[in-house]
Design a protein around this ligand. Sequence first.
Ligand SMILES: NC(=O)c1ccc[n+]([C@@H]2O[C@H](COP(=O)([O-])OP(=O)(O)OC[C@H]3O[C@@H](n4cnc5c(N)ncnc54)[C@H](OP(=O)(O)O)[C@@H]3O)[C@@H](O)[C@H]2O)c1
Length: 331
Amino acid sequence: MTPTFQALVVRVSDEKNYTRAIEERSIDDLPQGEVLIRVHYSSLNYKDGLSCIGNRGVTRHYPHTPGIDAAGVVETSESNDFKAGDPVVITCYDLGMNTAGGFGQFIRVPADWVMPLPDGLSLRESMIYGSAGFTAGLSVDVLQRQGVNPEKGPIVVTGATGGVGSVSVALLAGRGYSVSASTGKPDAEDFLKKLGASEVIGRDAVNDKYGKPLLKETWAGAIDTVGGTTLATLLKASKEGGAVAATGMVASTDLPTTVFPFILRGVSLLGINSQGTSMTLRQEIWSKLAEEWKPAGLERLAVECRFEKLDPEIDRILAGGQRGRVVVNLQ
Ligand SMILES: NC(=O)c1ccc[n+]([C@@H]2O[C@H](COP(=O)([O-])OP(=O)(O)OC[C@H]3O[C@@H](n4cnc5c(N)ncnc54)[C@H](OP(=O)(O)O)[C@@H]3O)[C@@H](O)[C@H]2O)c1
């Protein structure tokens, strides 16, 4: 008899309503792939929320199991690179988008998506980071490569209580940067200060509505998850030679700016594409996340939720209400 497992399945009704429920699935339902993995943990990202409500830019076909992250143990492998029992991590590929994802107790994926669990991390810790944390790591890395070091001045992080934002705050603070954390949650000051933020500012402080081409030089660098007028404001308020890492678009996909921040202040706009990152760079960043960059308070970043109880957490991330990361337990 083919083994079965439990998975969260999103279905679309004739009325185009999207429902989600835990269902029994068969290993045979999984897509082809060289490596079958028993998932121990996943995590919740904004993209998972979009997949759960039928965003066709993320997931084209339903029924579907979301979960862009997975950490677990190899069950069977047709690849010489992996063997049964190996602990592994999958983030930032097609998993959970158009490939049955980590909100199921098994996944089957191509071998070149699979990364050995980095030394220095447990499976659970790897999912405290997940795609959001890896993206934060990539962002810190590009700022450093651009020469934005702590001596250059403060760094601002937007959407600071979110997944990418909160890990960015913790990583930057741990690397000795002075961090301005921008949040829309008035009661999040204590959370952000404990992660290492030097100051906590509101969303309005990084959302210039007047459309001036340049603003007072304030930050040496920025990690933005918001997009739109917020991203434009960060560019206009960058110091001479500053850099802004653009990761997200929770508010808007627009970028209403002029060329002045670039040609009068030499500001750089650095695009972050976690999915397009080579395995070599992935492993380099993950190894830093596992060792020298690992925040002492990593646990403080996450709450844990069983996959059967994810519903309210999905609604919360879609409403911009999450604080830190949600680790999803599938054991
Ligand atoms: N480029 C990449 O490779 C990559 C990888 C991963 C994620 N992303 C993108 O990064 C973004 C963040 O992802 P995430 O998983 O960290 O999401 P998340 O956990 O939901 O965090 C987003 C945060 O943004 C803030 N926010 C929400 N709505 C907002 C609005 N309308 N205006 C201003 N701020 C708002 C909230 O923080 P506050 O309440 O603290 O303001 C929220 O917690 C998403 O757009 C995601 O698609 C990109």
